[in-house]
Design a protein around this ligand. Structure first.
Ligand code: FCB
Length: 467
């Protein structure tokens, strides 16, 4: 008996939850290229900034890297079969720019494009809808050597790359995400250096952020022009809703400042064609090098917004943080539960966020493109992994999602992070987010109870909506 054949019974509350979701809702799982593919030096792929960064001692937990990862590049057929067994309706994956255009610009690597072409076809054969992210942090190293995202030219190279991918896959993908979490690329990568390429300069982060947004804006029309009509194009942003710890004026002010920096930096240029007032002053930096026409490109309408949310922050004012980009966070919040990442479990934040994006920013179509939790999983070499806390997390967050939809948030789909355990960036393989366990020694996949639960939920939803 394969692990996905184990019987998972749903509670009556789960059954009721399944019934609340609309018919065309996309239920999926997400991954990213560098986190799962491996085959880093195969078939013409050249290094990305993550290969470089992971090779620097001390940057990644235990010196882990994505050279082999989940060996998904070679196990892709089995992995898609697993998705089909789980009953997923959609799969969000990312395309590795250094596999497709190894030097970042110029020569296209046919083997790279072929890999994604086969992936898309295999998904479609299994009835799984492909959603592709064009950039999930793996900038070709050759472009980094010319300044990476601090160099405006990178945005133009990206748009060329996006068009090349669209020409090949645009007849079959169901949606494009131009970028994944540009806030992380910019701030974690250039501002504080805990992600590749490891720079520590807030001004560089601001400039990189602008070029990332420009890359998005330049790619939008080119993706549309080279895809089947009506293939939606969007972007996935990370949001951490900020809540004030108390009602004091200084707390409210600091919570606003945190929201400005953490949540509004990227959504406002996209939704309104302008950076939020006061952002650069609050961060004590110069505005980025905006050229005429940039904000029009960046603010062009998107077809959907991808929302990545895991947690919230509670901010308390009054004490001056050491740096302009920091705020004083309350933790642990009394009575709260935390995941292995140290992230508070607070499902209401997801509902509040989705409603806000609709009401305040006018977003007409939202997908939750990432949500999930890392916990310590115990695998005893058998075919089960009991992860009750992840099941509870998903129940609560999907419950919050249902309530947001009920209140009018136009959410079209949900992608759990992640399909399977994988290379969790600076945390290496130590943090497991999968609904499927991966034994990295053997590359065996074992569906966790959360995977079985999700599968059962989707089954119940299908039984109820297909009629
Ligand atoms: C997000 C990333 C994703 C994964 C999750 C846990 O910020 O987009 O790749 O690492 O966090």
């Amino acid at each position: 008996m394969s692990s996905t054949e184990q019987i998972q019974t749903l509670s009556s509350a789960d059954l009721a939850l399944a019934r609340t979701f609309p018919k065309n809702f996309v239920w999926g799982a997400a991954t990213a290229a560098y986190q799962i593919e491996g085959a880093a030096q195969e078939d013409g792929r050249e290094p990305s900034i993550w290969d470089m960064f992971a090779a620097i001692p001390g940057k990644v937990h235990q010196g882990d890297n994505g050279t082999i990862a989940n060996n998904h590049y070679h196990l892709v057929q089995e992995d898609v079969e697993l998705m089909a067994q789980l009953g997923l309706g959609g799969y969000r994956f990312s395309i590795a720019w250094p596999r497709v255009i190894p030097q970042g610009r110029g020569a296209v690597n046919a083997a790279g494009l072929d890999f994604y072409d086969r992936l898309v076809d295999t998904l479609l054969t299994k009835g799984i809808t492909p959603f592709a992210t064009l950039y999930h942090w793996d900038l070709p190293l050759a472009l980094h050597q010319e300044g990476g995202w601090t160099n405006r030219d990178t945005a133009y190279a990206y748009a060329d790359y996006a068009e090349i991918v669209a020409r090949r896959l645009g007849d079959r993908v169901a949606g494009w995400m131009t970028l994944n979490e540009p806030w992380c690329s910019a701030y974690l990568g250039y501002g504080i250096g805990i992600h590749a390429p490891g720079e520590q300069d807030l001004q560089q982060a601001i400039d990189a952020g602008h070029h990332l947004l420009l890359a998005h804006g330049l790619a939008l029309p080119r993706l549309r022009a080279n895809s089947a009509p009506n293939v939606p194009v969007g972007i996935s942003l990370n949001f951490t809703p900020i809540y004030p710890a108390d009602e004091r004026a200084e707390t409210l002010r600091d919570a606003e400042r945190a929201d400005l920096f953490v949540n509004r930096w990227f959504i406002e240029p996209l939704a309104r064609g302008q950076y939020p007032d006061g952002l650069f002053a609050a961060l004590e930096v110069e505005p980025p090098p905006v050229q005429a026409g940039d904000l029009e490109l960046i603010g062009a309408p998107i077809d959907f917004l991808g929302v990545n949310n895991y947690t919230r922050d509670v901010v308390r004012g009054g004490t001056t943080p050491a740096r302009a980009d920091e705020s004083i966070k309350v933790g642990p919040v009394p009575g709260a539960c935390y995941t292995e990442m140290g992230w508070e479990i607070y499902p209401q934040a997801l509902a509040d966020l989705l409603i806000r994006l609709h009401r305040e920013y006018g977003m007409q179509a939202l997908y939750v493109t990432e949500n999930g939790a890392a916990f310590k999983d115990n695998w005893d070499s058998g075919d089960q992994v009991h992860d009750p806390r992840r099941v509870a997390y998903m129940q609560e967050y999907i419950g919050a999602l249902a309530s947001a939809i009920e209140q009018g948030a136009p959410v079209r789909g949900y992608f759990v992070w992640s399909l399977m355990d994988n290379f969790e960036w600076a945390e290496g393989y130590a943090k497991r987010f999968g609904i499927v366990y991966v034994d990295y020694q053997t590359q065996r996949r074992i569906t966790k109870d959360s995977g079985l639960w999700y599968s059962a939920l989707l089954e119940a939803w299908r039984a109820n909506t297909v009629s």
